[in-house]
Each structure stands twice: as structure tokens, then as C-alpha cells.
Write a protein that binds this ligand. Structure first.
Ligand code: FES
Ligand code: FE2
Length: 347
């Protein structure tokens, strides 16, 4: 293999999304015991459902008989039944029954890949294995999602753009005071600044030099074995009532090369009565405001051509954008090298 081939493989891997990662795929409430759910992750079709014990199972969305989507089927006693000719497969991908054909040889065969799933904070995460990391590592979560001091809501949205644009957008605080300048919470602060990049224990932080706490002024990314997420703060203007900022914790799922799904938790560190009143206010009013801000991001990113990066001209403010791309490229390089080494070993 030439260096150019390897470079192409790395670029393709970055473009379609890293393997060896836990990805959020759906809200918990969307996965039911009654009806299968079809998801797409890194271009692969998956089916999820809950078995009799309420545990989420996940397989390739492909019937072992002739390839019909299992997600069009039904849940039968915790297993999944294909709508086309009734074949029943269990959560490990083993064919349990072929009802149309007594004593069919397919019964008992492990026919499909199954995926490790976990649930956290109203969200379902699926692990997509890699050669480097075939077994799922423990899912590291942001502390805001596990600490009782924080409360929040999960919001998801499908964007018709490559996931990298969504990550670039998160690593670019400077767009806040322009793209969102008309919004309720992001209309404040100066429109000129420099950016800086700092290394943190688990990743990096990109921030505006000249202001903190006025607008969307910084983002921090954490990169752990098998997971990557970011967080940022949106200050509340005085009109939003008592206190503090709203923290966003964000993940991006690469659905396929031209689609992604964003998962944002909007959180506040509030307890007691303030907690209940914030949750009420959020549902009554803030959710719509924040949805509008998110729509501004979606429309902008969807309007950008897929290959914009081939002719973009970055400047000082794009430190975070460059850094997140470097993180992806390094991880992709390491994955491709592990795959090539495995191929050589197998020959
Ligand atoms: S394709 Fe599923 S049972 Fe035939
Ligand atoms: Fe934005």
C-alpha cells in the first residue's frame, strides 16, 4: 500500500466517522418493547428494541433470510420477527424460529452482528467496535449527566450535513455573536476578539480571549477511550429570570457521510424549588428559544457544500476547528494502521 492510499483511507474514515466509539443513537423513550426502532450509524442500518426484561438489544437491521429490514417487523416475546416471512431472531443475532418451514436448518444459527448498548440520562448509546478496541470500554459520561446537582433535558435533531461540520461549529465560539446575534440569549458581548486554545486533562478548551460569561465564549472537548463530547455555557440574560448559565453537553452522531444527528443536553446546576421552577420555565418558554438557535446552526451548516473544506481559508479564530480535525485524523490514522496490520497478519 502506498502512502497516498493510506492517506485516502484515513480521510475516508474521518469522513464517515470513527469506529471504536460509543455513539448516542436515540432517546430512551423511543426504544420500546412493542415496536422495533431503525437507526443509522456510520452508514450502517441498525435495529433496536427492548426485550422482555426491558433491556435494549441492537442488531444489524437485516433479516438473515433475504435481507428485509428487521425494523419493519415486530417484537415477539423479547425477540424480533421479520415482517416479510416471519423469521424470528433473538438479541444475540441467533435465528430462533423459521415459522414457515418446520425444522429449518437456519434455526440456531448466529446470523447477525449484535452491538453493545447502554442507557444513560434518557439516551441510548451503541458501541461500534474497531480492530483496536473490539470490546466496548466503559462509557465515560460528562459529570453533569451523572451528578444529582444538575438537571436537564435532552434534545436531538437530524442535520443534513456531514457530522464534521457540526463538530467544527461547536469548536467555533466566535459564530455565537454573529449567527445568533438576534437570539434571546446570544445577543451580547463584543463582535471582535482573538481565540486561544488550552490543553485540559481530557482534551482541550477553545475560548475567546477578551470575554467570558457574556455569550457563547468557550467550548471544551473531552476525548476518552471510546467516547468524545463537548460542553459549553450559554449565559442567561437578566430577562430569563434568576441566575447563572445554561450548560450544553453535546454529542454528534455520524449517521452517514451527508447526515448527522446532534444530541444536546441543556442543563442547569440548580436544586430544590429553583430546580422545579427552571424545569417548568424551560418547558414553557426556553425550549422554543433554544430550538430556534439550533435551527440557525442547522440551516447554516446544511447550506455549506460538502467539500467546503477544500477551499476554505482559515484564520486565527479557527484554532478549535483545526484542533478537533487533528483529533479525528489522529484517531483515524491509528485505526487504519491497526486494520492494515491485522490484514498483514492474516495473510
Ligand atoms: S426476509 Fe425476513 S423472513 Fe424472509
Ligand atoms: Fe451555534
Amino acid at each position: 500500500m502506498t502512502a497516498i492510499d493510506k492517506k485516502t483511507l484515513i480521510e475516508e474514515r474521518v469522513n464517515t466517522g470513527l469506529l471504536g466509539q460509543w455513539y448516542p443513537v436515540a432517546k430512551s423513550v423511543e426504544i420500546k418493547t412493542t415496536k422495533p426502532y431503525g437507526a443509522k450509524v456510520l452508514g450502517r442500518k441498525l435495529v433496536l428494541w427492548r426485550d422482555g426484561a426491558g433491556r435494549i438489544r441492537c442488531l444489524e437491521d437485516f433479516c438473515p433470510h433475504r435481507g428485509a429490514p428487521l425494523s419493519y417487523g415486530e417484537v415477539h416475546e423479547g425477540n424480533i420477527g421479520c415482517r416479510y416471512h416471519g423469521v424470528i431472531v433473538d438479541g444475540d443475532g441467533v435465528v430462533q424460529r423459521v415459522p414457515a418451514m418446520p425444522e429449518c436448518a437456519l434455526e440456531g444459527r448466529k446470523a447477525l452482528e449484535s452491538f453493545t448498548v447502554t442507557e444513560a440520562q434518557d439516551c441510548v448509546f451503541v458501541y461500534i467496535p474497531s480492530v483496536e478496541r473490539p470490546e466496548a470500554p466503559e462509557l465515560v459520561l460528562p459529570h453533569e449527566l451523572t451528578s444529582p446537582e444538575w438537571t436537564g433535558f435532552l434534545c436531538t435533531s437530524v442535520w443534513e450535513t456531514n457530522y464534521r461540520y457540526a463538530l467544527d461549529n461547536l469548536a467555533d465560539p466566535m459564530h455565537g455573536c454573529y449567527l445568533h446575534s438576534e437570539s434571546f440569549t446570544l445577543a451580547f458581548g463584543s463582535k471582535q476578539d482573538l481565540m486561544k486554545l488550552d490543553k485540559t486533562d481530557a482534551g482541550f478548551r477553545v475560548s475567546r480571549v477578551g470575554q467570558v460569561g457574556e455569550n457563547f465564549d468557550w467550548t471544551e472537548f473531552e476525548v476518552h477511550d471510546g467516547t468524545m463530547f463537548c460542553f459549553l455555557d450559554i449565559p442567561y440574560p437578566p430577562a430569563a429570570g434568576p441566575g447563572g448559565f445554561m450548560r450544553i453537553v453535546g454529542y454528534v452522531l455520524p449517521v452517514d457521510a451527508t447526515t448527522c444527528k446532534v444530541f444536546f443536553w441543556r442543563l442547569r446546576q440548580v436544586e430544590g424549588l429553583a430546580r422545579e421552577s427552571w424545569r417548568f420555565l424551560y418547558r414553557a418558554q426556553l425550549e422554543t428559544n433554544h430550538w430556534n438557535v439550533l435551527e440557525q446552526d442547522r440551516v447554516m451548516l446544511e447550506g455549506m457544500p460538502d467539500d467546503a473544506r477544500k477551499r476554505e481559508m482559515l484564520y486565527q479564530h479557527d484554532l478549535g476547528v483545526s484542533r478537533i480535525r487533528q483529533v479525528l485524523t489522529r484517531a483515524a490514522k491509528s485505526q487504519i494502521e491497526a486494520e492494515l496490520a491485522q490484514d498483514v497478519a492474516a495473510q
